[in-house]
Design a protein around this ligand. Structure first.
Ligand code: TGC
Ligand code: FAD
Length: 388
């Protein structure tokens, strides 16, 4: 196995603590050893590598920033580095960990009761219980505030009716965080156990992107959920607080996908000979390599700085929007440039760039599309919301 070397032009490593580097390196080794050799086959067959859940849990990646409850309790910069390394392997693996930690364990830790935390978090940290997060509906993606799913109070229960679309981990989840509107049109969240009557899941199979990730529809038909399972938050700020954490992780994850592509483009172009020379000796190919290399360097600075702000509790949602928007759209560009540099070889599963390119189409759309983040930043700089 060739040792992977990540680009570090500005010496970002010198800005990391020894603990942060140790965490990063352990995930880097795991990805080289356990993810890369199997991921193309899973991707091709459209299966999620469930055999990686246990090792991911043992490495402390699930709910990694949560203190206590058998979680690792590491800082957000370390969490970002984990996501970077995992997405070097595949966006689907990073998605699995994002959803479990940032979208399911975080709301239980932040808005759940002590009983909820004790019941769910240790099992989720150990990978014994998988979570999914239901916000999007088929007619309400960028505009989740329009959701139709309803939670109607009935004695000491709520009755859930509606459906959630495009839900990562849905088919393998034992528990779902579900957002619905109550009778006052307030958005409320519930921890919904998968075995409840009236809760069913339909797998979404015909995907060309994130094929090594489970994507599902969640359906609720008169599903009776105890009021004790309600999270202590109301309004869209509940789900958005979760999205801030997940979007932060994605901004680092995208760097990992870019780094994988850069490594592949550089190695391939140095060994591929055309017109009697390695293609890396041609100016146009060098220009593409330099563009990827420069974007990665700028993206590393952005991610690290937002990570430090987040660790100091000073990261604004808009900082995270800029990092998610720019690092993901750049990663998509890098995957396409790498695919181009690899010529015909780039369309096969033998190389990674095509798989990353297809995955990144989803990553650019989920957790707020590139344009939704552009509008969030437009609102920030002008003070004028342009969503409607
Ligand atoms: P708006 O009126 O702006 O805000 C409503 C309330 O929410 C508060 N808020 C936030 N709170 C915390 N963090 C944030 N980032 C927040 N953004 C807004 C806001 O202060 C307000 O609070 P309050 O107290 O006044 O009620 O909301 P809007 O309806 O106008 O929507 C604005 C918009 C378009 C930016 C927003 O809806 C948006 O971000 N849309 C994108 C939807 C999205 O990201 N969905 C993601 C679904 S989950 C997913 O994709 C998982 S993929 C997982 C994987 O596999 O990795
Ligand atoms: P739409 O909102 O219909 O957007 C379509 C286009 O219109 C986009 O280009 C968008 O930028 C543009 N647009 C929309 N509104 C505006 C506007 N105001 N101004 C300008 N342009 C606009 N959701 C979950 O809740 N949980 C999950 O686990 C989850 N996992 C996912 C996994 C995958 C693989 C995918 C693809 C999606 C997942 N999602 C999940 C859903 C995801 O968050 C939504 O797809 C995303 O928010 C966009 O919604 P939409 O697909 O309905 O697109």
């Amino acid at each position: 196995m060739k040792t992977y070397e990540a680009p570090d032009f500005l010496g970002i490593d010198t800005k990391l603590s020894s603990e942060e580097k140790m965490i990063r390196n352990s995930i880097r080794d795991f990805v080289s050893r356990d993810v890369l050799p199997r991921i193309a086959a899973h991707y091709e067959s459209g299966t999620f590598p469930t055999e990686l859940i246990q090792p991911l849990a043992e490495l402390g990646t699930l709910g990694a920033t949560i203190q206590g409850y058998e979680c690792a309790g590491i800082n957000y910069t370390s969490y970002g580095l984990i996501m970077q390394e995992l997405e070097r392997g595949d966006s689907g693996i990073r998605s699995f960990v994002s959803v479990q930690g940032a979208l399911c364990m975080f709301p239980i830790a932040a808005f759940g009761t002590e009983e909820h935390k004790r019941k769910y978090l240790p099992k989720m940290a150990k990978g014994e219980l998988i979570g999914c997060f239901g916000l999007t509906e088929s007619d309400f993606g960028s505009n989740p505030g329009g959701m139709l799913t309803r939670a109607k109070k009935d004695g000491s229960d709520y009755i859930l009716n509606g459906s959630k679309m495009w839900i990562t981990n849905g088919g393998i989840a034992g528990v779902a965080i579900v957002w619905a509107k109550d009778e006052n049109d307030q958005i409320v969240g519930f921890i919904v156990d998968r075995d409840l009557k009236g809760f069913s899941v339909r797998s979404i199979k015909n995907k060309f992107s994130l094929k090594a990730s489970v994507t599902s529809e969640l359906i609720f038909e008169d599903c009776r959920v105890s009021a004790s399972q309600r999270l202590n938050i109301s309004g869209l700020k509940g789900p958005f607080a979760c999205l801030n954490n997940a979007r932060f992780g994605i901004s680092w994850g995208a760097l990992g996908a870019s780094m994988a592509c850069y490594d592949e483009a550089l190695n391939y172009s140095k060994s591929r000979v055309q017109f009697d020379k390695p293609i890396a000796s041609f100016q146009l190919v060098q220009s593409k390599l330099v563009e990827i290399f420069t974007d990665i360097t700028l993206g590393q600075l952005l991610a690290l700085h937002v990570g430090r702000l987040k660790d100091a509790d000073k990261a604004l949602p808009e900082h995270i929007s800029m990092a998610k928007m720019k690092n993901v759209s750049n990663a998509l560009k890098h995957a396409r440039l790498t695919r181009d540099i690899l010529g015909a070889s780039g369309i096969t599963y033998e190389y990674q760039c095509g798989r990353h390119m297809l995955n990144l189409e989803s990553v650019n759309t989920y957790e707020g599309t590139e344009d939704i983040h552009r509008l969030i930043l437009g609102h920030y700089i002008t003070g004028i919301p342009a969503f409607k």
